[in-house]
Design a protein around this ligand. Structure first.
Ligand code: ADP
Ligand code: MG
Length: 367
């Protein structure tokens, strides 16, 4: 168990700045997820923590000790990669204990470690099999077990589930979560999958282009994204982001937008707040998640967004409904059975949730 601090870390490959001044604090027992699109620097940061590649500048601190000059093997970290890299000719048991044997652990120590890990990961019945006799999920568990025999200070995972099919991925996700709840080992987990991030993390770091975009709990990242990149990256289907202008009507802040300038899409945001006041007359982006749009049969009220249903995508538990309003395409999440192609509907925006962004800086405007 350990804390981890990443202080102003830079990593350059020639002229390419792969990590740009990254600062992250991970408390003892936290499950930190690094989330971002492919190429944003997640694996580079993980390698820096593991000590597999030196950083260009900045510090990696584990339990208060700067480890930049401590070699990987001495950092007491265990890493699980996307490719499990099991030894094909060895049994599960020997795969699990390989590292221990190399370090000269006694037979008894090996047996105890195998017993503990096999129990946690339900590998007891598989110990005498070879990797070729295991399913993808079982191989994944062996790869995790190999990392766990050591009871390291920190677990690092680099997209460990991305080679598994959808069902197994969901099962293994739950296994990893249970394991963390039980063992509470400080974990840094890399993924580009936002569902994995939302379900596993105690804290998410959203990265783009080698920079941290936001750090926060899954709920904070979902409900209060700090900029349009985070807003659009998190959530499926994605947040509706509508370009427009903020106006003052009496005491109310009113968003007017939509692709058709003539028939503006109008949303009264209520009494203007101090945060919104400087943006009157400025270009803004209204952010509304699909479930923040409520369906109404009132197709005349000017207080609702009047829209026409274009496409209905039933998922069983929800209807994802694509609507057209003032030239804008909107996505709403309705109850099953709600929404028929061609139908006119009124849409009410959940004003307690809707977000406003500065169209120029793309930063969220605090109310
Ligand atoms: P991610 O894991 O988020 O997909 P990576 O950390 O693997 O991203 O890579 C980030 C960027 O650094 C990419 O543009 C990649 O091409 C570059 N990069 C990674 N490793 C090297 C390397 N050894 N030499 C040069 N460029 C690298
Ligand atoms: Mg990677």
């Amino acid at each position: 168990m350990a804390s981890l601090n990443i202080r102003n870390v830079e990593k350059h490959y020639g002229d390419l700045r792969t990590l740009k001044g990254v600062n992250i604090d991970v408390e003892d027992g936290e499950f930190l997820v690094l989330l971002g699109p492919s190429g944003c620097g997640k694996s580079t940061l993980l390698s820096a923590i593991a000590g597999l590649a030196p950083v260009s500048s900045g510090q990696i601190v584990i339990d208060g000790v700067v480890v930049n000059d401590i070699e990987s093997a001495k950092r007491d970290i265990a890493m699980v990669f996307q490719s499990y890299a099991l030894y094909p000719t060895m049994t599960v048991r020997r795969n699990l204990t390989f590292g221990m044997r190399v370090r000269g652990a006694s037979r008894q120590q090996q047996d105890e470690a195998v017993k503990r890990v096999a129990g946690i990961l339900q590998l007891d019945q598989l110990l005498d099999r070879k990797p070729s006799q295991l399913s993808g999920g079982q191989r994944q568990r062996v790869a995790m077990g190999r990392a766990m025999v050591r009871q390291p200070k920190i677990f690092l995972f680099d997209e460990p589930l991305s080679n598994l099919d959808a069902k197994l991925r969901t099962d293994m996700r739950a296994e990893i979560k249970k394991l963390h709840l039980r063992e509470k080992t400080t974990t840094v987990y890399v993924t580009h999958d936002q569902i994995e991030a939302m379900t596993l993390a105690t804290k998410i770091v959203v990265m783009q282009g080698g920079e941290v975009q936001q750090i926060g709990s899954p709920q904070t990242i979902y409900e209060h994204p700090e900029n349009l990149f985070v807003a659009r990256f998190i959530g499926s289907p994605a947040m509706n982001c509508i370009n427009g202008t903020l106006k003052l009507e009496g005491a109310d802040a009113v968003f007017v937008g939509g692709a058709q300038a003539t028939a503006g899409l109008r949303v009264n945001l209520g009494a203007i707040s101090e945060g919104y006041r400087p943006y009157v007359g400025k270009k803004v982006v209204l952010g509304v998640r699909p479930e923040w749009l409520a369906h109404s049969a009132d197709t005349t009220s000017p207080e609702l967004i009047q829209a026409v249903v274009d496409v209905v995508e039933p998922t069983g538990s929800d209807n994802f409904v694509i609507l057209l309003a003032c030239g804008e395409t909107l996505m709403a999440r309705f109850a099953p059975g709600v929404g028929v192609t061609g139908q006119r509907v009124g849409l009410a925006v959940d004003l307690s949730k809707a977000l406003l962004f500065d169209a120029t800086t793309e930063q969220r405007i605090a109310r």
